[in-house]
Write a protein that binds this ligand. Structure first.
Ligand code: NAD
Length: 428
């Protein structure tokens, strides 16, 4: 989303340029991969419940589909910009490539605030979005998914509109559908569990037993809750997490040295990942300021809320005890803070590797939808573990062999895979 002076697409291109140089990519490949492959910009007229028509701006961008159909969410957000969509599409290309799933990168969006729209108006917006791109998306071409402010219900409306246009059943056109209507078991857990699969492997590599390690998280939403659940099942202890309190318009950290108990916390947590402070206090949790999560004397930090959270000032608050940072959120670390983390020798699992469990499970959903045969939750999670573990080790081995920072190693692997695909196809 838009921030003064910050253009995410320029950042994405700068990251690409650095690695293109390391890989000595030829000029044609660089030109192709630093730009988007195709873009759709369109208007979506919606007749609102009041009878008035409001026209929304919509986008779908495919950054690259050399490795397979494009994959990426559709955001509904008032500050959506085409450059945000372009950047997110490019990052999707690298994310799919790093976990080696046969998909490219795409992203979509609508400039709107769904909170100001009734459910009926949201349905018309979803159907209107599909009517504009319904001939350019599809199970073998480009597969949308939920993202910020879009959910499984929006995906069902979009699928239904697509199926009406194409006169058939094509559940593989979209992912993030509810279980029972083409969704996959395990999708809810996938991103958080995926983060912990990579944490588990990283700890093995540095010779630390996960049992007895401690962690602190930023955020207590989908990613954080399932990361905490699995980390604790494996014997670790999470002592703190933070959340945004909409009532107070501020974030807080909650902490309990003996560890968070998910069974008692879930019932006092709302849909948006905020806990009830009074009830938490009664259960023995301390309520601390927003940044307290990053100051904890723990072994592992898991930022799992927003972008730009570990920055020039907050990075200085990280305890000397921290050995590992696993980026559950997208883009939680600024370029300045990244340098400090690198210099301090903290093991970093970069976002597009650590949180790739979500897209990997979406890929599994697509496979199940396309074959019309659905797997058990155990099968989904076992395959997810295999994919994440293999991807982690490929990045780690390269980082070790070429003495690279983990983020750079992950970029080298993904960009090299996509560059090889465009070359093999004879595009460059
Ligand atoms: P979510 O909406 O379920 O939870 C977000 C959490 O962050 C909530 O607990 C909220 O209270 C908290 N939060 C918001 N602002 C905060 C602040 N200023 N300080 C502290 N906490 C704050 O979101 P999610 O699905 O868990 O996603 C979290 C991050 O992970 C995002 O960056 C998202 O893009 C990324 N991600 C999510 C998935 C997925 O499958 N859910 C996949 C890949 C990446």
């Amino acid at each position: 989303m838009k921030e003064e002076g910050y253009n995410p697409f320029r950042t994405a291109q700068a990251q690409f340029d650095k690695v293109a140089e390391m890989l000595q990519l030829d000029a044609g490949t660089r030109e192709l991969l630093r730009n988007t492959q195709r873009e759709y910009h369109f208007s979506i007229p919606v007749r609102k419940d009041s009878g008035e028509v409001e026209v929304f701006r919509g986008f779908r961008v495919v950054h690259n589909d050399a490795r397979g159909p494009a994959k990426g969410g559709v955001r509904f957000h008032p500050q959506e910009t085409i450059d945000t969509v372009r950047a997110l599409a490019m990052w999707m290309t690298w994310k799919c490539a790093v976990v080696d799933i046969p998909l490219g990168g795409g992203k979509g969006g609508v400039v709107c605030n769904p909170h100001d729209l009734t459910l009926h108006e949201q349905e018309l917006l979803c159907r209107g979005w599909v009517r504009q791109v319904g001939w350019d998306i599809g199970p073998v071409r480009d597969v949308p998914a939920p993202d910020v402010y879009t959910n499984p219900q929006h995906m069902v409306w979009m699928m239904d509109e697509y199926e009406t246009m194409h006169a058939g059943k094509y559940p593989g056109v979209i992912t993030g559908k509810p279980v029972g209507l083409g969704g996959s078991l395990g999708r809810t857990e996938a991103t958080g569990y995926g983060v912990v699969y990579t944490v588990r492997e990283a700890l093995k590599e540095v010779g630390i037993d996960i049992k007895g390690t401690t962690a602190s998280c930023q955020g207590f939403g989908n990613v954080a809750q399932y990361a905490i659940e699995l980390f604790q099942q494996l014997g670790g202890k999470v002592i703190a997490a933070s959340f945004w309190d909409e009532g107070d318009k501020t974030a807080y950290t909650f902490r309990r040295e003996s560890g968070l108990n998910m069974d008692e916390l879930r019932p006092i947590t709302d849909r948006l990942g905020a806990i009830n402070k009074e009830k938490a206090t009664q259960l023995g949790y301390e309520i601390l300021p927003a940044d307290a999560w990053i100051e904890q004397d723990v072994d592992i930090l898991i930022p799992a809320a927003l972008e730009n959270q570990i920055n020039e000032s907050t990075v200085l608050k990280i305890s000397k005890r921290v050995k590992l940072i696993a980026e559950g959120a997208n883009g939680p670390t600024t370029i300045e803070a990244d340098k400090v983390i690198h210099q301090r020798g903290i093991f970093l699992i970069p976002d597009f590797l650590a949180n790739a469990g979500g897209v990997t499970c979406s890929y599994f959903e697509q496979v199940q939808s396309n074959t019309n045969f659905y797997w058990t939750k155990e099968e989904v999670l076992q395959r997810l573990d295999e994919k994440m573990t293999t991807a982690f080790h490929a990045v780690y081995e390269l980082a070790k062999r070429r003495n690279l920072y983990m983020r750079d190693a992950a970029y080298v692997i993904s960009i090299d895979r996509v560059a090889q695909a465009v070359k093999a196809r004879g595009w460059v």
